[in-house]
Design a protein. Sequence first.
Length: 201
Amino acid sequence: MPSRTCQHHIEPAWLTRIIDHNHEQHRRALDLAWLAGMVDGEACIRIARRAPSKSSACGNPIFSVEITLGQNCVDTLDHIRALMERHLGIVCGKLNVVGRVAPEKAPTQTLTLRSAMAVKLLRAVRPYLRRKDLEADLAVRLGLHIQRVYAKRRASGQGLKVPLSAREIRFREACYRRLSALKLRGPGCAYEGARQCARAS
């Protein structure tokens, strides 16, 4: 009786590479899902609005996407920093201590990402967000829009010191107000109503 031969042979090196690739993809998905849980539960997603500095020639109000994670466990914040650097190439700055610290308590420290880095993190964790999904959508929408506007102004030679149009400022202000309306305040029904309005608009 003829012996059976293997019809499909995979070189061990190939198999190793496939397994390693799949493992890394699985690990990345798990880490991003964990980061999304931290964003949902512990982060503040916001569009910051600041008045122009007195020395500013254009007088444009400043809008920027920001995300702040606060924890009194430094190991947790260090783990967050390590995951963002490993998977997203985001290198974070120093931690900031918030408020006064009682002698018997660990200080609450925050990690803040702004502009392009904030947008990059939010886009990466967006598929896993549950509570702050709409906040992330609004923040990413404005963040990417600002990046496109800046790139266009630089390419045209217009520069960043030329005042923005009234229409552009109204758009940024509208994004700021819509995201602010999504912040949980008071009864849960008010929050759900804000979510429904954001979805409809």
